[in-house]
Ligand binder design. Structure first.
Ligand code: ZN
Length: 105
């Protein structure tokens, strides 16, 4: 995977840490922090799609819901179709069962 210098735009091999043209440090894109894209059980309103998107991207869930409702009317329901697609496509958060007690048995 090729990377590009943020300062001068020179194309560099994916393993480069410094630009061979200008010497700038190459910052490798890190994966998004936060949770995987799953629909949580706690805090969901309908199916947890907005909550899943908010938690996976670090957004405020209230903002995501407001945009979803506004988008539903502005796009004549396309967001609703996308919501159902997310309902089907985004897996549920696995249920964490309590372990055996005492632990280690
Ligand atoms: Zn450079």
């Amino acid at each position: 995977m090729a990377v590009f210098c943020n300062r001068c735009g020179t194309g560099l091999p994916g393993s480069a840490r410094f630009c061979s043209n200008c010497g700038a440090v190459i910052s490798v894109a890190q994966p998004m922090p936060g949770r995987p894209l799953v629909r949580p059980h706690v805090g969901r309103q309908i199916a947890g799609v907005c909550l899943a998107l908010a938690q996976a991207n670090g957004w405020d869930v209230a903002v995501v819901r407001i945009f979803a409702v506004i988008g539903f009317f502005l796009t004549s329901g396309f967001v609703g179709v996308a919501y159902v697609a997310g309902w089907i496509g985004i897996p549920e958060e696995p249920i964490e069962l309590p372990g055996a007690y005492p632990p280690g048995i």
